[in-house]
Design a protein around this ligand. Structure first.
Ligand code: SF4
Length: 456
């Protein structure tokens, strides 16, 4: 069962689909080898990357992620400082510490195979892991990184929504915005109260609160690091980290009192988080890594500049954001390889606008409206990262989305009547638009800014 807090994962940059997903897939493969007692028998592992993972994997750290996963590391707990050095060592000594327990030979050039021309039929982000003893195949498995750090295999990818609903019987099941808001209305609950009640099927109330606060604290820490750490981003584009300088300028100018200035600061908070993300640092997928700055930017704005903020309100904010994210996961996609940047920063903007509206005492209609407006005006947003790096346009786009989410919440709060376009209408439209979009604009770096901006 997918819960509201599952829309957030504490992990490592720079990409949920190209870093976190592949790392989890590699770790899952190793765990399956362990479970079957094969770990001590095999002496070679082969990894195949297909489609979008092959085309932009280098810039997104996919190869680093896969090798860290094979070494038994998890995105939530891996030390960001060892993420790159571990792989440097593997390349150098041609040896890999599988699952952290058994050393096997691994030749980076021969055992990690990149298939740029080939897309697996079930998803654009395909992987194939094979374990051998000498030349005999012991075990092999396909994985798909389906966005937001979620992974699937050949069985589960055909049955995604069924799996998400059937594992537990929850008191308030929903798949669409209409179902979610009708349930809230009938039961006189806020969105946050409803998804909190659903989480209680598998967790204690204190666990739900602690998990939500851990997500919030990790987001706020990433903002703090983002506005502090200076220097250039890795990857070769020579992109300078701008957030610390921008933050200093805005703070020195003492212009924090108007909404305009506060929105500017929210942009800087979001930019700072995505600069952290691009630096392989600790962030929260929200709902993806590429869009990791939007919700923290709005969250930090809320904490600093709105009144009566407390832990309960912060938990309401994050649960409401999560509930809206679930609607996109159920009804469309949060994978840029499937629907472009609509599914990443478009969804993050929709989640953040709804969350902020809720904690500013918005009605159900206003929360629904805020989520809808944010996606209606993100439709068609393409994914065309320069050099396959989650830097340009990704970093600044999070800043713009954070500022828009604040404006949209304020706009939604001015009226309390349903509009002509429903949230379900835009979710459906987003998915159709994504299907119609050329693959050049779906995380392949084969079109848009990725080809028009000269990368010296
Ligand atoms: S352009 Fe958007 S979808 Fe593409 S990598 Fe950047 S943030 Fe992700």
């Amino acid at each position: 069962m997918l819960g509201a807090l599952d829309m957030f994962g504490i992990g490592i940059g720079p990409s949920s689909s190209h870093t976190i997903g592949p790392m989890k897939a590699a770790l899952d493969f190793v765990n399956k080898l362990k479970d079957q007692g094969l770990l001590m028998q095999l002496n070679r592992i082969e990894v195949h990357l297909y489609g979008s993972l092959a085309l932009t994997g280098e810039g997104h750290g996919t190869m680093l992620a896969v090798l860290n996963g094979l070494c038994g590391e998890h995105p939530k707990t891996v030390d960001p400082d060892t993420f790159i050095t571990r792989v440097d060592q593997i390349k150098q000594i041609k040896q890999l510490n599988l699952g952290g327990v058994v050393k096997i030979k691994f030749d980076y050039q021969q055992d990690l195979l990149i298939h740029k021309e080939q897309f697996l039929p079930k998803h654009a982000n395909g992987m194939y892991f094979v374990a051998y003893i000498n030349d005999k195949q012991l075990f092999a498995k396909h994985y798909y990184s389906i966005g937001g750090g979620f992974i699937a295999d050949d069985d589960s990818i055909d049955n995604l929504s069924a799996n998400s609903a059937n594992d537990y019987v929850i008191p308030y099941p929903f798949k669409t915005a209409r179902e979610l808001f009708s349930l809230c209305k009938t039961n006189n609950m806020t969105v946050a109260q409803l998804v909190f009640a659903n989480e209680l099927v598998r967790k204690e109330p204190s666990e739900v609160r602690n998990e939500a606060l851990e997500i919030i604290n990790t987001m706020r820490q990433s903002v703090q690091r983002g506005i502090t750490i200076e220097g250039n981003l890795p990857g070769g584009l020579n992109v300078r980290r701008r957030a610390p300088g921008l933050y200093k300028k805005l703070n020195n100018a003492q212009i924090k009192d108007s909404l305009h200035d506060q929105r500017l600061l929210a942009m800087v908070f979001a930019i700072g988080v995505n600069e952290e993300n691009a630096s392989f640092s600790r962030i929260v997928t929200a709902p993806t890594n590429g869009s990791a700055g939007t919700i923290p930017g709005v969250l930090e704005y809320y904490v600093r500049y709105e009144e009566n903020v407390n832990d309960d309100k912060l938990i309401d904010f994050i649960l409401t954001c999560g509930a809206i994210g679930m609607l996109y996961k159920f009804g469309a996609s949060i994978s840029a390889a499937e629907v472009g940047c609509q599914g990443e920063i478009g969804v993050a903007c929709s989640m953040a606008a709804a969350g902020l509206t809720a904690v500013l005492n918005g009605s159900l209609i206003q929360v629904d409206k805020a989520a809808e407006i944010a996606m209606e005006h993100s439709l068609g947003m393409t994914c065309d990262p320069i050099g396959g790096l989650v830097q340009i346009p990704c970093i600044e786009r999070n800043g713009v989305a954070a500022s828009r989410a604040i404006d949209i919440a304020k706009l939604a709060l001015l009226e309390n009547e349903e509009g002509k376009v429903s949230l379900d209408d835009v979710i459906k439209t987003m998915m159709q638009t994504g299907r119609d979009m050329s693959m050049h604009y779906k995380e392949t770096s084969l079109g848009g800014l990725a080809v028009n901006v000269v990368n010296c």
